[in-house]
Design a protein around this ligand. Structure first.
Ligand SMILES: [Zn+2]
Length: 123
């Protein structure tokens, strides 16, 4: 399953950040998945249920946000929102557009606790 390997690398990232902050627990993870990322949010959260076992994120909540698709037209320079099946310039309708946003898979936010106060960074 494609989502499982994505989840594994995500967990590596999460564990690394938690370790850097000296946190013993991760409370929540917020992800942003673009509509063109090729990732099913449902499958990803199911993979997460498995991947988080025996990690600092064992009891973490996973929140998945989906962002818009933003394109920039190579002809008229307009930057705007496009749809998954219609990657066209929102202004002149040309298909020669650059994808600005929409295929990302980002770790937006991580909430941790159990931080060692001597080295911990509080918001
Ligand atoms: Zn255009």
């Amino acid at each position: 399953m494609h989502e499982m390997s994505i989840c594994q690398s995500l967990m590596d990232q999460v564990e690394q950040i938690a370790a850097e902050q000296g946190a013993s627990r991760v409370d929540s993870i917020v992800l942003s998945i673009g509509p063109l990322a090729g990732v099913e949010a449902d499958l990803l959260s199911r993979a997460f249920e498995v991947a988080r076992m025996d990690t600092v994120a064992e009891n973490a909540e996973l929140e998945i946000k989906t962002g818009p698709i933003i394109v920039e037209c190579r002809k008229c320079g307009t930057r705007g929102e496009a749809r998954v099946n219609r990657l066209l310039c929102p202004s002149c309708g040309d298909w020669q557009v650059n994808l600005v946003e929409g295929d990302e898979l980002l770790l937006l936010r991580l909430e941790v606790s159990g931080i060692d106060t001597k080295t911990g960074v509080e918001e």
